[in-house]
Design a protein around this ligand. Sequence first.
Ligand code: XMP
Length: 317
Amino acid sequence: DWTPASFAQETIERLKAEIGDAHVIMALSGGVDSTVAATLISKAIGDRLHGIFVDNGLLRKDEFQQVLDIYAQLGLNVKGVDAKDKFYSGLKDLTDPEAKRKVIGKTFIDIFQEEAQHIKEASFLGQGTIYPDVIESTSVNGPSVTIKSHHNVGGLPKEMNLKLVEPLRYLFKDEVRRVGVELGIPHDLLFRHPFPGPGLAIRILGDITPEKVALLQDADYYYTKALKDFDLYEKVWQAGTILLPIKSVGVMGDERTYESTVALRAVTSVDGMTADWAHLPYEFLSHVSNEIINNVKGINRVVYDISSKPPATIEWE
Ligand code: XMP
């Protein structure tokens, strides 16, 4: 019978045999899949796993440090790489969503390859691929190891010539989470909403600046906190704030304001392919609107997205 405990135990044994004395490098994203995969590999080979976690400047508020702390707590050998400036300069003045994705994907691969140069002993590349990714890349790209372009970690640089280790290749998401619980990975990380690889860059309509990122991180912080406080976070499949490229007039005391608008998005879904907008309670929406407008300087209007997918997508870009 499949149990998380037996899966973990057998996988660790199998990884020991497969990897032997070799070293593994792996890009970590702070997400469920890469964290569970890395923890299994680490239990098999210890510090011969070399994790790389890149701060692309497009993560949620305080996320980089929080995730590094969790990795440390799990005993993972991970290097945090602050590459914010590289991403911001690559993104400068870009407004087209696909152009942003391309730059982010390419910058990520450049940084990963540069870091990998320092780990010459590595002959394996660890990946948190799960079964739905396998199906998706098979149907989209033919039967190969190519990761969907959507995937958090971007394409695999072929010239790196590494053998793949994918301990979660035959698991579904709920099974990955159960294995994660078994391995002692914190609940908050395991039950996080999906978050796109390009991060907040595709939730800022128009060009990206560090100031806009900071503004959106703050709005997103209050939204996420309110969802948790109202016990709604795990009832929606995904939620996020979107910074709109418009300003509107408001009033604060005796002053006229002319500031930004954020849209709130929350959806229910099974796999992200289709989604319904979440019917969040009015009291919640009222609370979160006040929280954002009162606490985030630069935002004077909050709207709620009531579009389902299709035809709207979950992300606005
Ligand atoms: P859409 O917006 O297509 O999103 O309805 C479906 C799911 O995919 C995520 N998403 C992405 N994930 N890179 C990613 O890693 C991307 O470029 C990307 N675009 C969308 C989105 O957050 C949702 O979970």
